[in-house]
Design a protein around this ligand. Structure first.
Ligand code: FES
Length: 328
């Protein structure tokens, strides 16, 4: 796992929303700087930051600006009317000129060394891949990026990508060209290329399945913007029983009922505990486990890593033993 929130490189500070601009249909880009200017902590492609919105909602977004632009962090936010309110608030609030608390950067989706890279994006999923493409261009490494969206107006950062990569970039508006041919892209990409994918769940599930086939077993790096299950309540089904959680540093013993998350229960006692997505994909709530058997239900810790994982995402994961002891 890469750097955690709370690591020495991670900061929390109030940043000014210096500028907002539309970068695609229903996608607004925010440029965040210090009110007095000056360099922000350095970051690497794949990193995200967590914004605390005026309502108090916390949401994580990939940094999609240029790593060389040391004075600004840039995020792009897709309006999701059926979402949980964060994107709606960003789109409907006059944020330019306001300060927001910003926490980060955290990178759980870093570039690994490879001979070349195949970058597969769906819609707003291009945001972590755009800085990767810039970085790979700067390093002189080969890459190809495929970006799919419902129509041309939804191809986020299409102009920037084409200016950067020319024919290395394939734009696939679904209403004109159908879905990207992921199987063909993987087949045409040299086996030594690393594959990075970010986008909606059906696309990521398809890429994952293709990369697992015997013919094209590939090193795949995926970032999910949504939970593995539809909602948190889906994951906290009625078959889940209650269990005890011991917070070793705080000296507390709490009961987690079947219909509540560990995070919910812990937050009542430790209100400053970090969290963001509450759906098990951002990693903000990752907590060290000292004893007990975690039932991992997040998408941060990959299934092969789960048996030896020493941490858990307490927003969705539960416990297979009567007591869980956490380093809190
Ligand atoms: S809050 Fe995002 S993984 Fe738990």
């Amino acid at each position: 796992m890469s750097s955690d929130l709370g690591s020495p490189r991670t900061t929390t500070e109030r940043l000014l929303v210096r500028q907002a601009r539309w970068v695609a249909h229903d996608v607004v880009e925010l440029r965040l700087t210090r009110a007095t200017g000056g360099a922000l902590p350095a970051w690497e492609p794949g990193a995200h930051v967590e914004l605390t919105l005026p309502s108090g909602l916390r949401r994580a977004y990939s940094l999609c600006g240029d790593v060389a632009d040391s004075e600004a962090w840039t995020v792009a936010v897709h309006r999701v009317p059926e979402g949980r309110g964060g994107s709606q608030e960003i789109h409907e609030s006059a944020l330019v000129g306001r300060e927001l608390e910003v926490r980060g950067p955290v990178n759980r989706f870093p570039l690994v060394p490879a001979e070349g890279y195949l970058l597969l994006a769906g819609g707003i999923g291009v945001t972590p891949l755009l800085p990767m493409a810039r970085e790979l261009t700067a390093r002189g490494l080969p890459w190809r990026l495929v970006l799919g969206a419902r129509d041309r107006s939804r191809l986020v950062y299409a102009e920037e990508l084409v200016a950067l990569g020319g024919e290395q970039v394939l734009l696939v508006p679904q209403d004109e060209a159908g879905l990207p041919d992921l199987a063909a892209e993987l087949a045409a990409s040299p086996p030594a290329y690393a594959v990075y994918a970010c986008g909606p769940r059906p696309m990521l599930d398809a890429v994952t399945a293709l990369c697992r086939t015997a013919e094209s077993a590939r090193a795949l790096h995926v970032e999910r913007f949504t939970a593995a299950h539809d909602t948190v309540s889906d994951q906290l089904g009625t078959s889940d029983g209650e269990f005890e959680v011991v917070l070793s540093r705080s000296g507390l013993r709490l009961t987690v009922p079947a219909d509540r998350s560990v995070l919910d229960v812990v937050r009542e006692k430790l209100p400053d505990i970090p969290y963001s997505c509450e759906e098990g994909y951002c990693g903000s709530c990752e907590t060290a486990v000292l004893a007990g058997l975690p039932d991992h239900r997040d998408t941060v810790i990959e299934p092969p890593e789960r048996p030896t994982a020493t941490t858990m995402m307490i927003c969705v994961s539960r416990c297979d033993s009567p007591v869980l002891e956490l380093d809190l």
